[in-house]
Design a protein around this ligand. Sequence first.
Ligand code: MD3
Ligand code: FE
Length: 215
Amino acid sequence: MNNLELFADAPRRTEMIGAQACVLRGFALDHVDAVLAALDGILQAAPFRHLVTPGGFTMQVALTNCGSLGWTSDRRGYRYTAQDPQSGQPWPAMPHAFLQLARAAAAAAGFEGFAPDACLVNRYAPGARLSLHQDRDERDYGAPIVSVSLGMPATFLFGGLARTDRTAKVPLQHGDVVVWGGEDRLRFHGVSPVKDAPHPLLGSQRINLTFRKAG
Ligand code: MD3
Ligand code: FE
């Protein structure tokens, strides 16, 4: 009997980090094999890349997308596009394994019927960080956001509605899923520099999947 089977029936811990924000500890663990296999296919068509912000800085986090819309940035601004600007092709389709995980996590957090049309895939190498920001390029702030952490652990910074509000530190491990909705949807957030602690499955990287309803 392997670990997965031993823990299959254990209650998964849910931690509230806001009125409508929660961490589902280990929720993605039994989806990881299917998700990583699907990710390989996405990366063949749309490899990770480092984008430039409108301010001219190159992002430390590398990213790609799948789904009918993908988030991108260049000197002209941030936006969602139907095509990958690097290939001119539509973004890879959202794999079934991704959708299934995102819908199940949203439902477990009380958001039934989540229908994401965009999945942003972020890759952190050791030392990479994501500075404090809001996600406000989506059309409908009524839909939740589901975030899946894989690989090396990280400290998520969870702020308030103003950039200067104090931030709470939330440690995130491989397999943790965070769901944000309602009043917590527009909170400032970021990720502290990721420490190099190689993960057995993913090595020296942290991968985060962020599911959104963008269009
Ligand atoms: C909290 N990514 O891609 S998880 C991002 O771990 C992003 O890669 C982080 O922030 C990461 O934009 C954090 C996702 C997340 C997304 C939206 C949020 C956290 C959020 C909206 C409100 C509060
Ligand atoms: Fe964000």
